[in-house]
Design a protein around this ligand. Structure first.
Ligand code: ATP
Length: 286
């Protein structure tokens, strides 16, 4: 563990009864990293986010946030975290402005809300929360999570009900927030183009396992389809097999110096197609 890490997850397993939702997960994050948490429905993304927030207790393993065990994190360190849930509920009867003031009060004295964030959220402070549209509620949840300039920001599918303009401007806002504040951001989303554009690092979850953890750039530069090859050839090379279809292998770790047989052809996968192939259930991969 490095003292400047934001989180350190070590051999985390989370079970619900006999069902294993997360299995033996380890990774650390640093300030300024914007991390895309990827996986199909049920892969374990929300469970992992719940564990990182301390809402869910690990069955085994350890989670440290700002260098301290999440279970005993003191109030002032918790206050450096922001969270955007998949759906916001429980504040139906508040006026928007009053709710912003109410939540802000938990953080002690704060500077005024960033004008950029307020302009993006574009919410009428006099409106009652339950009368907001789904997208407006999501903007409010984002504003509440970012209002205090958190050092660690977790977003669970934050753009699902935003219109394309709001989504695009939010992703730009997020990118700028990470660069300016140096916060560590973890964002789960099924909008892969957003993740590829904004995130510097990718975590792929499949059936509760962390199957790949790499920078977006490394993923783009070293993930390739090798066509017309065999597992015998691949196993002699320093490659990780991500998916397989007959004699075609999607591999991670490719570079131009690899000594491939002359029959082997290399092609570059599209990001979304690669995600689909990597997260395909094994039994459907030939
Ligand atoms: N409280 C719970 N009790 C039992 N099983 C649970 C519980 N919470 C989650 N699970 C199961 O754990 C698995 C992972 O769920 P999780 O919500 O983390 O997935 P996800 O990757 O966030 O999916 P999605 O993309 O659909 O939001 C699922 O099979 C889910 O049914």
């Amino acid at each position: 563990m490095s003292p400047e890490n934001i989180i350190d997850v070590s051999e985390l397993t989370k079970k619900f009864g006999t069902f294993t939702a997360l299995e033996n997960i380890s990774f650390s994050t640093k300030p300024g990293e914007t991390i895309g948490l990827l996986g199909r429905n049920g892969a374990g993304k929300s469970t992992l986010i719940g564990c990182l927030l301390g809402f869910l207790l690990p069955s085994t393993g350890e989670i440290k946030v700002f260098g301290q065990d999440i279970a005993t994190l003191p109030r002032e360190k918790r206050a450096c975290t922001g969270y955007v849930p998949q759906t916001m509920s429980g504040f139906d009867h508040f006026k928007v402005g009053k709710l912003i003031d109410f939540i802000s009060a938990f953080y002690g004295p704060l500077p005024p809300v960033s004008p950029q964030l307020l302009a993006w959220a574009d919410l009428d402070p006099k409106k009652i929360v339950k009368t907001l549209s789904g997208g407006q509620k999501q903007r409010l949840a984002i504003l509440l999570a970012m209002r205090h300039n958190p050092k660690f920001l977790l977003l669970d599918e934050p753009v699902a009900s935003l219109d394309p303009q709001a989504r695009r401007s939010f992703m730009s806002l997020l990118e700028e927030f990470a660069q300016v504040s140096g916060a560590n951001i973890i964002i789960s989303s099924h909008i892969l183009s957003d993740i590829e554009r904004v995130c510097s690092r990718l975590l792929f979850l499949k059936n509760g396992k962390l199957i790949l953890d790499c920078s977006t750039q490394t993923f783009q530069q070293t993930t390739r389809w090798l066509h017309n090859t065999s597992i015998e050839e691949i196993s002699l090379l320093p490659l990780k097999v991500l998916a397989k279809k007959d004699r075609d292998f999607l591999v991670f770790g490719w570079n131009t110096d690899l000594n491939l047989s002359p029959e082997t052809r290399v092609s570059i996968p599209d990001f979304e197609d690669a995600f689909l192939d990597i997260t395909e259930p094994e039994e459907t991969q030939a």
